[in-house]
Design a protein around this ligand. Structure first.
Ligand code: NOJ
Length: 500
């Protein structure tokens, strides 16, 4: 049985999001979200196939729950569709939407699985986009209302909440235009990012006001940048990448407001958002945990960097819009944990809310034989264990994703699932990784009940896993390569040998 040196209280989960799996885009009173509109606009998503059906989880959620029960997962990270619950964005509640999530939540609890709910995973109601969307400061109040409705409806059974998933996606949607709503307005993009922080703060206020038991946090994606050389140009590129990707949010959440470096750059390029007195206090109020999505790192090289080249060659990126040339770098999770502690003083609970990979080359031979995914997750779990032994308070891990699903602009081309979807019947078909994950969880359960004692950490050196040698794996192109279809070299650069 695969076994990792993780503490008994550590919990394993799987993750999805509403738009990526539910389908039923216009059923039972749901109004369109910006992703419905975007997907129905020619040229925006891969092969113009929108998420109308997706995995049909709106009807097949019992299959999803059965799959999770078979794997023995402790928790399911899912999101709510705002436009299913409040079709007008605010005001009128759609009882059928509430009923759907009641059924899912109750089904999960009956199966012994804790629901972990993210309020916003990128699918703003279109009616609110028509009122200006995220760049309109009113969004903070709209979101607060939606959050309060959700806490009121589900707070009696849901113990873990997140306000927003990866707010950087707002930049991609409002400034770069690759995601919904497809606007290319950099100033509006920055304002959207700031307003998202206000919305987060208002939702946390509503959570406290509702006296909801349990915990609330936010989910950020951390792709640390590594300068390819020590040159000033590479360092500046690395800093700008981190500032845009996650430091913008962490600076504000952890107090003090946006850092000088960010402010100077935004002032210089004319994208500084409007910030009113009191905003920072609203944003920085305490949260209960920090959710981190960690997939890899990005090595930046100012000599070869050409942002426009990637945008042109890959007009339909998936959620990990940075994963062209993705490197297998499991140490990324350890570095992310160090970064939030060392740079932001975060010593509270952390949950790894997403980690996973798009199918590798073996899936081209047999879609169910996803050996690279097993190896990938194994590496990350080992580095998480190492971080915990050094004092990080990591409470759990969610594998992205339960199912192959609608991968944003990349449509159904990027398959992140532990289970594949039969293209005709939409039946869920577990891949090899699903059995492997089930065994990991079962082995961990034994440690919890005291049958196996976790191995003691051997100081700062962690033994490399048998499979994690220094080697290269070639990953078949999945729609991300800037070269437009050549295989990518996926290099194992950080075997678990030295752990500084
Ligand atoms: C980030 C996003 O949260 C999720 O929606 C996406 O599918 C995965 N990572 C994979 O790209």
């Amino acid at each position: 049985m695969p076994h990792f040196d993780l503490p008994p209280h550590f919990r394993f989960g799987v993750a999805t999001s509403a738009f990526q799996i539910e389908g039923a885009w216009n059923e039972d009173g749901k109004s369109p979200s910006i992703w419905d509109t975007f997907g129905h606009t020619p040229g925006k998503v891969h092969e113009d196939i929108p998420g109308d059906v997706a995995c049909d989880s709106y009807h097949r959620y019992p299959d999803d729950i059965a799959l999770m029960r078979d794997m023995g997962v402790d928790s399911y990270r899912m999101s709510l569709s705002w436009s299913r619950i409040l079709p007008d964005g605010t005001g009128r509640i759609n009882q059928k939407g509430i009923d759907y999530y009641d059924r899912v939540i109750d089904g999960l609890l009956e199966a012994g699985i804790d629901p972990n709910i993210t309020l916003y995973h990128w699918d703003l109601p279109q009616v609110l986009e028509d009122r200006g969307g995220w760049p309109n400061r009113d969004v903070a109040e709209w979101f607060a209302e939606y959050a309060a409705v959700s806490f009121n409806a589900f707070g009696d059974r849901v113990r873990r909440w997140a306000t927003l998933n990866e707010p950087i996606a707002l930049w991609i949607g409002y400034a770069a235009g690759w995601f919904a709503p497809g606007r290319q307005e950099p100033k509006a993009g920055r304002q959207a990012m700031h307003n998202a922080m206000l919305a987060h703060g208002r939702a946390v206020q509503e959570f406290r006001a509702a006296g909801s038991p349990g915990e609330i946090g936010i989910v950020l994606d951390i792709w640390k940048r590594e300068p390819a050389t020590p040159s000033a140009a590479d360092l500046a590129l690395a800093q700008a990448g981190e500032d845009d990707g996650f430091r913008f949010f962490l600076d504000a959440l952890r107090g003090g407001g946006y850092g000088d470096r960010i402010r100077e750059r935004l002032e210089a390029d004319g994208t500084m958002p409007v910030i009113l007195p009191g905003d920072q206090r609203l944003i920085e109020q305490p949260i209960d945990y920090l959710g981190l999505n960690v997939y890899s790192r990005v090595v930046v090289n100012s000599e070869t960097n050409d942002p426009s080249k990637w945008a042109q060659s890959d007009p339909h990126p998936g959620g990990n819009f940075l994963d062209n040339g993705l490197e297998y770098y499991p140490r990324a999770v350890y570095e992310a944990l160090d970064m939030v502690r060392d740079d932001y003083g975060w010593v509270g609970p952390v949950i790894i809310t997403e980690n996973g990979m798009n199918d590798g080359p073996s899936a081209a031979e047999n879609p169910l034989d996803d050996v690279e995914r097993i190896q990938y997750v194994e590496g990350f779990l080992e580095w998480i264990a190492a971080a915990i032994h050094e004092g990080h308070d990591v409470r759990g891990y969610y594998l992205w994703s339960l199912l192959d699903n609608f991968e944003w602009s990349a449509g159904f081309t990027a398959k992140y699932g532990l289970a594949a979807l039969d293209p005709v019947t939409l039946d869920r078909v577990p891949k090899a990784s699903a059995s492997w994950y089930r065994d990991v969880i079962a082995a961990h359960r034994l440690t919890r009940s005291g049958h196996i004692r976790p191995q003691k950490s051997s100081g700062n050196t962690v033994t490399p896993s048998a499979q994690m040698g220094d080697h290269e794996i070639t990953v078949a192109h999945q729609g991300y390569s800037p070269e437009g279809g050549k295989p990518l070299t996926w290099k194992c650069v950080s075997p678990m040998v030295e752990n500084p």
